[in-house]
Design a protein around this ligand. Structure first.
Ligand code: PLP
Length: 301
């Protein structure tokens, strides 16, 4: 099992001026292919799948999904067959995400967007179970209670005191694990990568409650940093990622971690955080699709 992800102290004039200590927790370094939070989310699911003598991992995702890559790589490393149901139509040649998944041995099936939306329906799930009785089925993005359990270890792994912890949110599974793992300690800020991320308030509250039996008040969402929506970008976000890399030698990506850190810097500029406080930001990884993403936009990241 991979070792703990280190904390990296980020130093720069803005932080000094505002007297903020900022650490980046480098979950992106946990594993070369099963990146960051996707590894945390899979860990206990893989154990559960083995315990149930399942020989296959089956899951869902878009054509650029970090989760699809993580499941494909985990299957190869831990001896599961893997099946990926991909939203939309097949495109040849495969993009680098799907090519990587296929090279890991993942069997790819494409489903149209209407059917894809029904993937959690009992009828659809029932049919899948009948068709693939030896498969352990993971939801899109990998979020379930065992994923939340895995993500609690993001915080039990941190050995310094802090006032705030920030992470990017898609389904909110990672955020839920962080909240549950902290058990009321510090303030948690989730930065949704999607437009209309307010739905996460309900989802995360429910997941945390289901996992821990508790409702915590020490967390909130900052929903103004989606840059137009999921996987949408703006020039100032691209510039931020480029400058951050130049200054700190840390690669961010524009879908999750770039938006999160942009948001943190913006909040720091607005004096949202008290002088003297310590912030831990989670680098959740997700770098696998970066080259393809930059190429499609015609930019360098
Ligand atoms: C999937 C992903 C997230 C979002 O995780 P959720 O648990 O779905 O909220 C954040 N960052 C990166 C890099 C990801 O790949």
């Amino acid at each position: 099992m991979p070792s703990a992800a280190p904390l990296q102290l980020i130093s720069e004039p803005l932080l000094q001026e505002k007297q903020i200590t900022l650490y980046l927790k480098r979950e992106d370094l946990l594993h070369p292919h099963i990146s960051g939070n996707k590894w945390r989310k899979l860990k206990y699911n893989l154990i559960e799948a083995k315990n149930h003598q399942k020989d296959t991992l089956l899951t869902f995702g878009g054509a650029y999904s970090n989760h699809i890559v993580a499941v494909a790589a985990a299957g190869q490393e831990y001896n599961f067959k893997t099946i990926g149901f991909i939203r939309g139509e097949a495109h040849e040649p495969l993009n680098s995400t799907l090519q990587f998944a296929q090279n890991c041995g993942m069997q790819l099936h494409y489903i149209d967007r209407t059917t894809y939306r029904q993937k959690q329906d009992p009828a659809f799930q029932g049919n899948l179970k009948k068709q693939y009785p030896n498969a352990y089925i993971l939801p899109e993005g990998g979020t379930n209670l065992l994923a939340v359990k895995g993500c609690t270890e993001i915080v039990t792994d941190i050995n310094i005191p802090f006032d705030y912890i920030c992470c990017a949110a898609g389904t909110g599974g990672t955020l839920s694990g962080i909240i549950a793992g902290l058990n009321g300690y510090a303030q948690v800020i989730g930065i949704p990568a999607l437009k209309g991320g307010e739905f996460l308030k309900t989802d995360v509250t429910a997941l945390v409650k289901e996992y821990s039996g508790q409702e915590y008040q020490n967390w909130q969402l900052q929903t103004d940093y989606h840059f137009g929506g999921y996987a949408k970008v703006k020039p100032e976000l691209i510039t931020f990622i480029q400058v951050f890399k130049e200054n700190h030698h840390v690669q961010l990506e524009p879908v999750y971690t770039g938006k999160m850190l942009y948001g943190i810097y913006d909040l720091i500029r607005q004096d949202y955080f008290k002088a003297g406080c310590t912030i831990t930001a989670i680098h959740t990884g997700g770098l696998q699709g970066l080259a393809g993403f930059a190429e499609r936009l015609g930019i360098v990241l």
